[in-house]
Design a protein around this ligand. Sequence first.
Ligand code: NAP
Length: 247
Amino acid sequence: MTTTERTGADRLAVVTGASGTLGSKLAESLLSRGWHVELWSRSQNDAIKRLTEDHPDTARWGEVDVTDHGSVTRAVRAIPRSARLELLINNAGALNQGLFTMEPPATSEQMIQVNLVGALHASKACARVMLGRGGSIVNISSINAVRGHRGVASYSAAKAGLHGLTASLARELGADGIRVNTIVPGYFESDLSSRVTPENLQRITRRTPLGRLGTPEDVVSAVEYLISPGADFVTGQCLTIDGGLTC
Ligand SMILES: NC(=O)c1ccc[n+]([C@@H]2O[C@H](COP(=O)([O-])OP(=O)(O)OC[C@H]3O[C@@H](n4cnc5c(N)ncnc54)[C@H](OP(=O)(O)O)[C@@H]3O)[C@@H](O)[C@H]2O)c1
């Protein structure tokens, strides 16, 4: 640990897709460490209600569609001026599985919109606030960005875009003290991954050197590292959390 560690009392984070499996766990981790958290999602589900009830002073829900630039900029403008926005986690995502040649063009476009354009909008709006005072952006990608798999071409293309965004933004924003990194998770159980068949889950487990499937907590731990003082000199990196599946 370096001496730059702060108590977290006045630090604000934005978590996109906070109503989802990973997003709600990321938010919970931050809130338990004293962060204030803006929970962005299109719907206010039980996870959002629980987070805002358990942390009435520090958790706030915002109805935000990350694919809509106006929705994102309005949400950033609604952040109180007194708050110190230090972290954006681009976690919102959606997955359509199906053969590429059969996928309706609108679905392909939606995959790019949610998984890539949403991160562009949120990063731009939040980085503008962080300019000159520092901060951190963490993108949530997928191993589909780096290994080919049938039936996820549009999703994979969008996630791969996050890797290019990470490297370029890290260069552009480094002088302003803004670090940009990406977590590249393998499979973990959630609504998004619920269509993976038991046979495929067995195959993933068999091929994973560490011999098990991932969990949201594995990903949360990696994000905790990336935003810790120990990672103060880490930027422009893509950190894979998959038990060695892609090594
Ligand atoms: N599960 C896995 O195996 C796995 C593996 C690798 C990477 N990932 C990535 O991990 C991240 C979290 O996924 P998850 O598994 O936790 O999925 P999840 O439970 O389905 O959560 C996805 C979240 O994204 C939000 N979202 C979708 N479209 C949105 C939009 N237009 N604007 C704002 N929010 C939107 C959803 O909330 P609303 O519908 O309420 O908006 C939901 O909260 C995603 O980026 C995913 O690609 C997951």
